[in-house]
Design a protein. Structure first.
Length: 159
């Protein structure tokens, strides 16, 4: 049985450097590297950039992995650990005066949460990732988001 080919999507070169070195990846084009089991793409920051990387290279592989830095919303996620994600949602910044119908459409139909199937987490299963279009520093907002999410990033939903 042959090994599955993989696409590793990483937002920035700074985040990717250690992985590229460990994988002995060779640059094939700007922001694109190959390694023994597939390709590493430096997508750029944000959901749209990550989605583009997957759209461009995802059909060529068996598995797609998003590797990067996430902020902890939960005390269950200490700094420096590696986490497998079981679900991903999109954080939406809607106008204060947004009507309930539009709010429901955006959060349920336009950007539904996704359960990640087929994930065999080697570590803490069941962690919930929230992707935001901007860093979330507001303590009150972080506490609110922590009710339904464990981690926050800026690319995961795009992948």
């Amino acid at each position: 049985m042959s090994a599955k080919t993989k696409l590793l999507v990483i937002a920035t070169l700074l985040e990717a450097n250690a992985s590229l070195k460990a994988l002995k990846a060779i640059q094939e084009a700007p922001n694109v590297y190959t390694w023994e089991y597939g390709r590493v793409v430096i997508s750029g920051i944000g959901v749209v950039a990550a989605a583009y990387a997957v759209a461009r290279y995802g059909a060529e592989v068996d598995e797609i992995w998003n590797i990067g830095i996430a902020g902890a919303l939960s005390q269950l996620c200490p700094i420096g650990d590696v986490y497998a994600i079981s679900s991903v949602s999109k954080h939406l910044s809607l106008p204060v005066d947004c009507d309930e119908h539009s709010r429901t459409f955006a959060s349920v139909q336009a950007f539904p949460p996704y359960e990640l199937l087929g994930c065999e987490p080697p570590l803490a299963p069941g962690l919930r990732l929230l992707s935001s279009d901007y860093p979330i520093y507001n303590v009150t907002l972080r506490a609110t988001l922590a009710v339904d999410h464990d981690l926050v990033d800026m690319e995961g939903y795009g992948v």
